[in-house]
Design a protein around this ligand. Structure first.
Ligand code: FES
Ligand SMILES: [Fe+2]
Length: 434
């Protein structure tokens, strides 16, 4: 057994497939994660279509800091620390909206969309040499986008976003950027608190095929749309996990051969030709017969595309925002192709949230178990016992030799390779700060 916490070297033991349980329940580790991961790397903030016009903004969190993501009159995106330069009050209180200026509710300091200080309302009392230009809202030093996804970093020296995403971009583009006009967020995100560590969600989405037929046995049994389940259980051999640099990964589950032809029509018939126009032939091939993909962009952005009806797929973007060692805030967006019909979008939105919203049937299954795991792990006896990732071990050093697409692929899809690789990256980041 590796040393229980106290020793960073004992947290992640890839060679033995063991991960300390204490890192899932400890506030001290949460604080270290803020410094060593969330303040250093790229973190997802918003989708561009949430703030399409001048003055649109959303309130989000970058690391442990509240930020405003806003589009100015020239269409430029800005990330601003949501804390007044006067006495620190949180300036923007709404989740989203449209504004010409941000006015602090405490004493009235007023800022432009770019964060520049316009007036304090008591300008006449300030010393003559007071420099307004030095008292604007702190800016997120790096803000970059990838196909509509806005990421920010507090680290001015972080690598370019495209380098950070690397090979995983090849896998996320067929879901989040597959038509000329791109994807759009269909509604504000569902948000809820879960009494679970954020890594539980990130791990679940990077590749936890083992939970599906037990955790979700209820909806899978009851919902006739998922009759393709007959093929789902046998689809493992067609399916695989992908791991790329930086701890990103995804799991792709394909329909098994021998199903009725209609079962293979998983994407909308009128949209599929648009995919072929934009994606490479291989990326288009990736979509064929794909039943579900789940993935995580390290550290806390995930996505899932899953069938919600005949020729209907919901794409869910998901963020696991750490709140403490034992709590997170979950954000869940439903996105669809801009080119899709209004009727299709409304159906996908409804069914997407029905499955993966705050009260979603799949969500409820997962949340209860994640909270119970956090609760039951947060005691002195349990914390001595590391979590098991043993099913990664026979496979983790044997990627598919003939995988022709980016990244390293692993079969079968129902092992814990992608999860253990995620933890390996987490461990690297945490140790790099020592
Ligand atoms: S704290 Fe914002 S104006 Fe005083
Ligand atoms: Fe689940």
């Amino acid at each position: 057994m590796p040393a229980a916490l106290g020793s960073m070297n004992g947290w992640v033991d890839v060679g033995r497939g063991l991960v300390s349980r204490e890192i899932f329940v400890t506030d001290e580790v949460y604080r270290m994660e803020m410094e060593r991961i969330f303040d250093r790397t790229w973190v997802f903030l918003a989708h561009e279509t949430e703030i399409p016009t001048a003055g649109d903004y959303v309130s989000r969190t970058l690391g442990s800091a509240p930020v405003i993501v806003v589009r100015d009159a020239d269409g430029m995106l800005h990330g601003l620390l949501n804390s007044c330069r006067h006495r620190g009050a949180k300036i923007c209180r709404a989740d989203s909206g449209n504004a010409r200026n941000f006015v602090c509710p405490y004493h009235g300091w007023t800022y432009e969309m770019s964060g520049r200080l316009v007036t304090t309302t008591f300008d006449k009392h300030f010393p003559k040499d007071f420099d307004f230009s030095l008292h604007g809202l702190a800016r997120v030093p790096r803000l970059e986008t990838h196909k509509g996804l806005i990421f920010g970093s507090w680290n001015a020296d972080v690598v370019p976003l495209e380098d950070y995403l690397g090979d995983i971009a090849w896998y996320i583009d067929p879901f989040l950027a597959r038509t000329q006009q791109g994807m759009e967020v269909l509604a504000p995100p569902h948000r809820w608190r879960a009494k679970s560590n954020w890594k539980v969600g990130a791990l679940n989405f990077v590749g936890d095929s083992q939970h599906i037929l037990t955790t979700h046995v209820g909806p899978l049994t009851l919902d006739p749309v998922r009759a393709a389940r007959a093929g789902f259980a046998t689809a493992a051999e067609n399916s695989f996990q992908v791991v790329t640099d930086q701890g990103h990964g995804c799991t792709l589950t394909y329909l098994a051969p021998g199903l009725p032809e209609d079962a293979y029509q998983t994407h909308p018939r009128d949209l599929e030709p648009l995919y072929a126009k934009l994606l490479s032939a291989d990326q288009f091939q990736l979509l064929k017969r794909l039943r579900v993909i789940v993935g995580t962009i390290f550290p806390n952005l995930s996505f899932i595309e899953t069938q919600v009806g005949p020729a209907q797929k919901a794409v869910i973007v998901r963020q696991w925002q750490p709140v403490s060692g034992t709590e997170m805030e979950v954000f869940s967006w439903v996105v669809a192709e801009k080119e899709a019909s209004t009727d299709y979008k409304s159906q996908v939105l409804r069914k997407g949230f029905h499955n993966f919203g705050a009260a979603g049937v799949f969500e409820q299954d997962d949340m209860e178990l994640w909270a119970s795991a956090t609760y039951a792990s947060n005691n002195p006896v349990a914390k001595q016992l590391p979590y098991s990732f043993h099913t990664a071990l026979p496979y983790i050093n044997a990627p598919e030799k003939d995988h022709k697409w980016p990244g390293r692929a692993f079969k079968p899809a129902d092992t814990e390779v992608a999860q253990l690789e995620f933890m390996r990256q987490w461990d690297r980041c945490m140790k790099a700060g020592v």
